[in-house]
Design a protein around this ligand. Structure first.
Ligand code: THU
Length: 156
């Protein structure tokens, strides 16, 4: 029997170790938590995408009384970004979550549906989208959403 081993390298950093460009992106994701509409979960998530044209586009989770109709922050951000700047590539994506009056100490990670949605733009890019998962104690940096979605589904 053969075995496949899948290894994901995650950089673990303090916010202060980020370069200025990355701090700005993470700050935008943090700010976007204030635009979240999450009356049901009370879990406010923000996301921000840095595009090849230098623009940063944000998104937040938007909930609905009919629960499945809501959308995560990451999908709001990537769909909005590609709707607005269709020709731009996605360089980086940051995510932050705010709950009970503070940012989560450790990062939250995108749900499966968001990973698949982000992957679509990574494929379109032809290059990895660097992912920044913010926590007030630690920031995780992953070199591409493909790393968070091993054995991914791709079109035939
Ligand atoms: N949520 C996001 O927006 N992004 C994630 O990565 C995980 C979860 C949202 C969905 C829902 O509005 C709330 O957080 C609680 O699950």
């Amino acid at each position: 029997m053969k075995e496949l081993k899948i290894i994901t390298n995650i950089q673990v950093l303090d916010y202060n170790e980020l370069v200025e460009e990355d701090k700005i992106l993470v700050d935008k994701a943090k700010a976007m938590t204030e635009k979240s509409y999450a009356p049901y979960s009370k879990f406010n998530v923000g996301a921000a995408v840095l595009l090849s044209n230098g623009k940063i586009v944000g998104g937040s989770n938007q909930e609905n009384a009919a629960f499945p109709s809501g959308t995560c922050a990451e999908r709001t951000a990537v769909y909005y970004a590609h709707s607005k700047y269709t020709d731009a590539k996605f360089h980086k994506l940051a995510i932050a979550a705010f709950q009970d009056g503070k940012f989560t100490p450790y990062p939250i990670s995108p749900c499966g549906a968001c990973r698949q949605a982000i992957l679509e733009y990574e494929k379109l890019n032809g290059s990895p989208i660097k992912i920044y998962l913010y926590g007030s104690e630690k920031v995780y940096v992953v070199d591409g959403i493909g790393k968070l979605l091993p054995l991914q589904f791709d079109s035939f």
